[in-house]
Design a protein around this ligand. Structure first.
Ligand SMILES: NC(=O)c1ccc[n+]([C@@H]2O[C@H](COP(=O)([O-])OP(=O)(O)OC[C@H]3O[C@@H](n4cnc5c(N)ncnc54)[C@H](O)[C@@H]3O)[C@@H](O)[C@H]2O)c1
Length: 279
């Protein structure tokens, strides 16, 4: 028996990376999956992989920033599979980068259109169908970048922080319909989104492994959390932003790993300051 048997799921940004990994995981666990993306070739490959793993999946070309596309996406899920239980608003990109003074209004708005409007539209059009089904699970991909400041990606950080709080406020509204709303804050996950950083996979791996658990994240790490949030196992969890980040946001790693910190905070008991020397 699969953990998502008889459930219908829509996943945006599922032609690649985290979305593709999650689509395969959901399909293997018994869900009928609608893969939505701008990228048709990648979408077809995701459908193929779901089917090769014994699952059910179809592709719907979708721009998450366009309301008509999201309406059509939800309608397709209901038309093909009869209902909607799960939507995972995951599509994304890096968007505007660089200094705040050089960022154009157009690039700022384009970034928010995908990362924030896309999530809003996914929620808006999924809720009426989930009410008909007697409940559902809405999941979105935020980011650790939405929990603290980042360098050179102001629009991205702002948009992901918005996803965290939209998640909380919509969760409050729709809880009475047994619709749960949560988001996942991934740390560094090794996906094609980092193609822009380097063409050297080792360099990307090294950069992403800078976290307490000392490896990059894999799409499966996020897929496992999304599966839990999509399934009935998480039926008492809503309005949460859950980090899946190899410990990145647990604390100040750089300080902890500094040998000087080891010397000061080695294995001993530190009593009142007047007993430790200088008063
Ligand atoms: N990889 C990471 O380290 C990381 C960390 C935190 C958050 N995230 C977020 O995870 C999500 C997935 O990213 P990923 O790492 O798998 O990257 P990815 O590039 O592999 O996948 C993103 C997918 O979104 C699709 N997409 C982009 N704009 C779209 C649009 N307007 N409409 C429909 N589809 C669109 C792309 O075509 C692509 O298939 C994104 O929201 C990203 O911001 C990623």
């Amino acid at each position: 028996m699969g953990r998502l048997d008889n459930k219908v799921a829509v996943i945006t940004g599922a032609a690649s990376g985290i979305g593709r990994g999650t689509a395969i995981r959901f399909a293997v666990e018994g869900a009928s999956v609608v893969i939505a993306d701008l990228n048709e070739e990648g979408g077809a490959a995701s459908v193929r992989e779901c089917r090769e793993n014994g699952g059910t999946a179809i592709f719907q070309k979708t721009d998450v920033a366009a309301e008509g596309d999201i309406k059509a996406l939800v309608a397709r899920a209901v038309q093909e599979f009869g209902k909607l239980d799960i939507i995972y608003n995951n599509a994304g990109l890096v968007g505007a980068t660089g200094s705040i003074e050089a960022t154009s209004v157009e690039d700022w708005d384009r970034t928010f259109a995908v990362l924030t409007r896309g999530v809003f539209l996914g929620m808006k059009h999924a809720v009426p169908e989930m009410r008909k089904s007697g409940g559902g699970s809405i999941i979105s991909t935020a980011s650790v970048a939405g929990l603290s400041g980042g360098y050179g990606t102001h629009a991205y950080s702002g948009a992901k922080a918005a996803v965290v709080n939209i998640t909380r406020s919509v969760a409050l509204e729709v809880a009475k319909h047994k619709i749960r709303v949560n988001c996942i804050c991934p740390g560094g996950i090794n996906t094609p989104i980092f193609n822009i950083v380097s063409s050297d996979p080792d360099q990307i791996e090294q950069m992403l492994a800078l976290c307490p658990l000392k490896r990059s994240g894999h799409p499966e790490d996020i897929a496992n959390m999304a599966l839990f949030l999509a399934s009935d196992e998480s039926e008492w969890i809503t309005g949460q932003a859950i980090s899946v980040d190899g410990g990145l946001t647990a604390g100040r790693t750089a300080l902890f790993e500094n040998p000087e910190q080891e010397r000061v905070f080695g294995n001993r008991y530190l009593g009142p300051s007047f007993t430790t020397g200088r008063s």
